[in-house]
Each structure stands twice: as C-alpha cells, then as structure tokens.
Write a protein that binds this ligand. Structure first.
Ligand SMILES: NC(=O)c1ccc[n+]([C@@H]2O[C@H](COP(=O)([O-])OP(=O)(O)OC[C@H]3O[C@@H](n4cnc5c(N)ncnc54)[C@H](OP(=O)(O)O)[C@@H]3O)[C@@H](O)[C@H]2O)c1
Length: 406
C-alpha cells in the first residue's frame, strides 16, 4: 500500500475496555512522536480525552466517528493507512466501517470472533476488497491468532526443516488463565441470539467450513467436539473449547484462500485438556455442562438473565493484576504427511482475552501499516494477510512463543 496519509494507525474504540489497552500498549511501545504516527478514535470526545490523559499524553491526536454516521467514518478512514477497531459487538457496530475502509483502499484489523458477521462480510465485501487492495483482517486476538499463526508456523517449520508438511493437527488447550469483559460477553450473546432466531446463521456456525469460499466448503473435518472423550493424542480426557467454533474455521479459511498451502486433505481440530483419570473426566463433564448452559440459554429467558448477572457489563473487564497473572499454553499434536509425528507449542505471557489480545491486535495494526506484506487482499485471515512479518512481531513484541520439535 503506497498511500500518503496523516496517520499510520487509528485505534477506534480507544475509550472501551480493550481499546484502552491497545492504546496503552502503542504508547508504551512506540511513543507519541516517533516513527509510528497514530491516533485514538471514539464517538465521545470528552470520554476519549479522559482516557488519553490516563493512558498516553496530549501528543496523541483524537479522531471522532460514530458507527451510525457514514460520513464521520469516511472522514476518519481517509486520514489513515490502517484502522484498528475494538468497537464491538462487531455485528452491531462494525459493518459500515468495513465498507468505508474498502472504499478508501486501506487496511483494517479487529478482534471479531463473531462467525456469523465475518461470514456476512466475506459474502458482501471480499471481491471489492480484493480489487481495491484492502486487507480486511478479522480475528486478530486470542481468537484466532495463536491457532491460525500456530498452524502457519508449524507448516512452515515442517516444510523448511524436514521437507514434509502436516496432514493433521490437533490443538489442545493445556492451560489457560484469564477473565472476560462485558464487551466480549455482549458479542457472544449477540452471536447466540442471531443463531437462535435465524436457521441460516445456525448453519454457518455449525458448518466446519462455514468461512471458506462457497465453492470450497467440503473436507474431512467434522463439527467441533461437544462432549468429554478420551484423547489418544494427549493421553487425557478432553472436552469442548469455546473458541474452537471460530478458530477452526479461520485455520480452514487460511488453507483455502492460500491455494491449499496445507493440502486439500489437511485436518484440524481443537479441544481442552482436562487431565487424566476420573478427576480429569469429572472436571471435563462439569466444564462442558457450564459451557452448554451459556451456549443454549434462550435469549430473553429467565436462565439467560440469571447467567447474565455473573458477567461484567460493557466497559468493564478483568483487573490489571488478573491480566498480568494470566497465561495460556496451547499444544499441537501433529501427524506429518509421511505418518510420523511432531509436536509444537504456542504460549502467551498474559491473560488471553485482554493482556495478550491487545498486544496481538496492536502489532497486527503496526504490521499492516509498516511491514513488507504478502501480495494478498480481500477479507483475509491473519496468516494470509501478514505471514512471516506478523510471526516475527508476535515473537519479538507480543509475548508469544512458538516451538516445534519432530
Ligand atoms: N477475540 C478476542 O480475543 C477478543 C478479546 C477482547 C475483546 N474482543 C472483542 O472486542 C470488542 C470490544 O470489547 P470491549 O470489552 O473492549 O468492549 P467495550 O468496553 O464495551 O468497548 C466498546 C467500545 O465501542 C465504542 N462504541 C460503542 N458504540 C459505538 C458507536 N455507535 N460508535 C462508535 N463507537 C462505539 C464504545 O465507546 P464509548 O466508550 O463511547 O461507549 C467503546 O469504546 C467486543 O466485540 C469483544 O468481543 C475480542
């Protein structure tokens, strides 16, 4: 992208729980007057000024735009090379912005994990974004960078080190610690509400290849795990992983739109490890029941209202201490094309949803603005949009570690 614009990056939604973390990270890492020219964006100037004074300083410019005001969005996007947005639920606030970014021929990244909305963006805008040279990159947080970039890393290492790529990868969540924000809970509730009302959305959510191009939605992968079973790969009891629904589809989309870089018969799945023996099995069953309750509670029902009372409201989220003490450890059990096995790990140094996601999103935005990127455009995945450049940034700056052994 060879645009001359006032800013490299605008963080839109900087007054929200996660946007504020992204702005704080950019300020601490890149400063206010250095090589990266960036601004904080939002809909409310007074609130934005207050947050800017808390996380940065007066050298950071402020930009005002509202999701319902298309003119304000176009004025904002025309000033920058990249929009980095944390204004969610994205299905509620995000569509006009994606359209504006494509119209302005700029790049875009977000933290959306809302499958039904990403599906809508692909159907409505992939072709125009491709023609206009815009990289629209959803899922630049915990869903789905560790999975998508993890698989990309494994395939690259396998090819470079042993000359054979992976035929099947089983990602297992070995350890995870963190919390949830009101914005994320609102986004999850919105996905479930839309799926309960509209059968076509339910179909997209339950199709393992639901984010692939329409002419490439078949393959050997089945639906995500819904019960507790014994896993021969990790030799433990495993159960559902709540993010698998978006992550596995993103990995499959990466394979499809990269021209099947991982092979047409590549298989991928995700689950959570609960441990060995009876204790592991019971832990898995209890966790699966809780996930089932949240996922199946009908919108507007008493059960849903009861469950809502346990979650934060938009604007709130985990404490700084909880984020700093957080972590995640993902294991990848690999079967290579020749039938031999390999193993990989991806770990993160803060809580997945906020401490780590804000760094991943910020580095994605800087990567889109500053780095040499693959010649791809459209509604992309992180690995297809940014490849090795993002991998380097995640390792160097965002606290992620990737390892591979065979
Ligand atoms: N995938 C991941 O790993 C991950 C991790 C974290 C968050 N997320 C997602 O990120 C999103 C934000 O979460 P959050 O907890 O930060 O939410 P939040 O605290 O509620 O923040 C939402 C932001 O959107 C702004 N906003 C609301 N309506 C707007 C409008 N009409 N026009 C412009 N701005 C508007 C709010 O502005 P005001 O301050 O003026 O109200 C606020 O800045 C959610 O969709 C969540 O699911 C994903």
């Amino acid at each position: 992208m060879n645009l001359s614009r006032e800013f490299d990056v605008i963080v839109w939604g900087a007054s929200g729980f996660t946007g504020r973390l992204v702005a704080l990270y950019l300020f601490n890492k890149y400063g206010a007057t250095g090589d990266l020219k960036w601004a904080m964006g939002g809909r409310n100037l007074t609130k934005l000024e207050k947050v800017r004074d808390e996380v940065a300083d007066k050298n950071i410019p402020l930009v005002i735009a509202d999701s319902d005001d298309k003119v304000s969005l176009l004025n904002m996007v025309n000033r920058t090379k990249v929009i980095c947005t944390t204004v969610g639920p994205y299905a509620k606030y995000g569509s006009n912005l994606v359209e504006a970014c494509i119209e302005s021929h700029i790049h875009y990244c977000d933290l959306a994990g809302e499958v039904q909305w990403i599906h809508k963006m692909i159907n409505s805008h992939h072709k125009t974004a491709k023609i206009n040279g815009s990289k629209i990159v959803h899922t630049c947080g915990f869903d789905s960078i560790p999975s998508d970039m993890g698989v990309y890393f494994i395939q690259r290492e396998a090819k470079n080190k042993i000359g054979i790529i992976a035929q099947e990868i089983k990602m297992r969540v070995a350890a995870i610690s963190g919390g949830i924000s009101g914005g994320t809970y609102a986004s999850l509730s919105r996905v479930l509400e839309e799926a309960q009302k509209d059968k076509t959305i339910y179909k997209v959510l339950t199709n393992p290849y639901g984010l692939n191009p329409t002419n490439d939605q078949i393959g050997e992968d089945k639906s995500d795990l819904k019960s507790v079973v014994f896993d021969s790969a990790s030799k433990s009891w495993i159960g559902p992983f709540i993010m698998a629904s978006i992550n596995t589809k993103v990995v499959r989309r990466s394979n499809s739109i990269s021209g099947h870089f991982y092979g047409k018969s590549f298989r991928y799945d995700e689950a959570t490890i609960f441990g060995k023996g009876l204790f592991g099995r019971i832990k898995g069953i209890l966790s699966t029941i809780s996930i089932g309750l949240v996922m199946n509670a009908k919108h507007g029902s008493l059960l849903k209202k009861f469950l809502d009372s346990f979650f934060p409201i938009p604007g709130d989220g985990p404490t700084r201490k909880k984020m700093e003490k957080g972590y995640y450890n993902l294991r990848f059990y690999i079967t290579l094309k020749d039938g031999s096995n390999a193993f990989a790990k991806v770990t993160g140094d803060m809580d997945p949803g906020y401490g780590s996601s804000s760094k991943m999103l910020a580095e994605s935005a800087v990567c889109l603005a500053k780095d040499k990127l693959p010649n791809t455009s459209g509604i992309l995945t992180p690995s297809v949009a940014m490849g090795n450049s993002l991998l380097k940034r995640l390792k160097k700056n965002a606290g992620l570690k990737f390892s591979f052994e065979n």
